[in-house]
Structures are given as structure tokens and as C-alpha cells.
Write a protein that binds this ligand. Sequence first.
Ligand code: F7E
Length: 326
Amino acid sequence: MTKSALITGISGQDGAYLARLLLDKGYDVWGFQPRRSTDTLWRLREVQAEDDVRLINGDLTDLSSVLRAVEKSRPDEVYNLGAQSFVGSSWDQPLLTGQATGIGAVNVLEAVRLAAPEARFYQASTSEMFGLIQAERQDENTPFYPRSPYGVAKLYAHWMTVNYRESFGLHTSSGILFNHESPLRGLEFVTRKVTDAVARIKLGLQNELRLGNLDAQRDWGFAGDYVDAMWRMLQQPQGGDYVIATGRTVSVRRFCELAFSHVGLNYEDYVKVDPAFYRPAEVDILLGNPAKAQRVLGWQATTALEDLVAMMLETDLARVQRGARN
Ligand code: F7E
């Protein structure tokens, strides 16, 4: 029998890659997303999934709309990827972030509990929950210390995911994903901000790049690899929590070096530090230990950062050349 999956946040980077993965596996894929007047479907187009997914309009903060989406899609699997996901904005919109990123997840859990208790549930948790790190390499047993309203909201959603597993016996899993990037990343995130700028600088359309903290270090992987881990979690006999990471950490400065040198430029000639991009509290370094995912899920990251940079840059060079806006 054909399986049905419901994805919240389907118009985001991970939503697009996951939709593609599930379509390729033969699922009926439903997407839940707010109605917007701007073009939110460009990522689904880029993965050639736009015509094959069924979209339901609604908002994570509106329980009745989430409930209707669950009733309509009759899902075997629910992936909660929707959120206010930009850490930087979460200080300007802490309450909205709490509603969408924290309470929103519980709305989905409630809808599953009420209308599809047999469905398997995935929560998009995050390495931002580790924040001020309490261990050199973070794994499923490392204590959390979030450093942003976003991280705090995600931590609430994470524990509610665990709680619904323990309280109601629901099949819920929490994927603690470290940063994951791709050509479908939004322009506000640092990796894509860099690759887009490098493409513009190379093609003579821009002459500098203003960034914040160049010394922050992240464990950056490829989003296309990471959605496969989400699916694998829901194929396990029981729900669980898994760190998904590459096990390598690199600074923003080094990322710039790699991106500029890919087109034969020196980042020091173009990158300007602008305190406007500093955060009120920073997560200095993240480094994940994905040993459990490898052991239990048979998953490991397969894309090296150098290849990810090249992939993003080649896509951005082509986009800038043809005048695309995303
Ligand atoms: O920042 C520094 C910034 O915004 C990375 C989200 O997907 O991953 C993402 O969160 C680092 C930070 O991602 C700029 O201060 C320097 O230290 O690309 P980002 P993020 O905050 O790590 C986690 C796992 C999530 O869950 C989130 O949803 O780069 N940085 N200069 C900058 N960052 C930005 N955005 N812009 C700059 O100009």
C-alpha cells in the first residue's frame, strides 16, 4: 500500500529535499505551509517536485489548521520541519519564534495524537540546543545550553517530542541536526550569503561582503544527506533521538577562504567585518558526534565540505549569470 507523508515547512530547504526523497520512494507527499503572496515554491521546482506534492495551506500556530491537514493527508509519517528557523531574527521576534518553533511543534504532536496516533513523527531538533557547549563533541547525552530564543524554543519542542513518546507511546523521533547547507539554503544564512556574494563579486556585480563573527565554528554538512537520516529514524521499530553531523568543524573564516579560492580570489580582499551582524549571544563552536546514527541507522555524511562549497558556488554562479532572484 502506498504510504502517505505530511511535511510541515515543505517550502524550506529540507522540505524540498525530503519531498524529493519520499517521492522517489513512492510516497504520497503532502505539504503543509502558510499561504504567502511571494514565490515560496522555487525550491520544490528546483528538485522537480512541485507538480507531485499536494499542498495544504495552514499555519503551525493554528491548531485547527494542523489538525485538518493531518485528517486530510491520513499520514503514516509526519515530518515537522516548519519553524522560524533563522537564529539571528529570533532576538527580534522571540514570541513569534516561541509560537512557531516551540508551540507549533506541540500543535503537530497534538494533531497526531488526536487524529493519527499510529503515525510516526519526526521533530527537526537542532545543534543550537547545545549552544554554550558542555562537551567538546556533542552527542545525544550532552547537556543542553541554548543561547538564543530560537534554541530555547527548539529545546521545548525537543522535550515535548520525548515526552509524547514516553507519555502516550507515540512513535516520535528527534533529529538533532547540525548545520546543513545546500544550493537551496536561504540567503540569510552565512554559507549561502557567502557563495551568492562570491558569485556576484566574480561576475563584477558586487565588490565587498559584510559579515559578522568570522571565528564562529560550525559542523557543516549537506542537507541532501541529512533528510535521508530523518527518513531512516522513522523506519526504526522505536522512536529515538539522534545527532546528525559530519564530525568536523570549520570556521566562517575558513568557509570564506574555501569559497573565494574556488573562483581564484582571496577572501581578505573582499570580506569586511560588520558588527551589525554580531549576535547578542553567540554559539562559538559546534562539533557533533554522529556515532549513534551510524551504528543504529547506518547513516553517515557523505559530502565533504569542499564539495559542498563547490556545489553551492557553481549553482550560484549559474543563477547570478541568468539573473535569478533566489
Ligand atoms: O550562522 C556566523 C553566525 O545563520 C552560522 C540554522 O539552520 O543552523 C543554522 O543556524 C554562524 C553564526 O546559522 C554572519 O554568527 C558570521 O555563528 O548560517 P547561520 P546558525 O545560526 O548556525 C542551526 C543548526 C539551525 O538549527 C538554524 O535553524 O555564522 N556569522 N557572519 C553569520 N551568520 C549570518 N547568518 N550572517 C552573517 O553575516
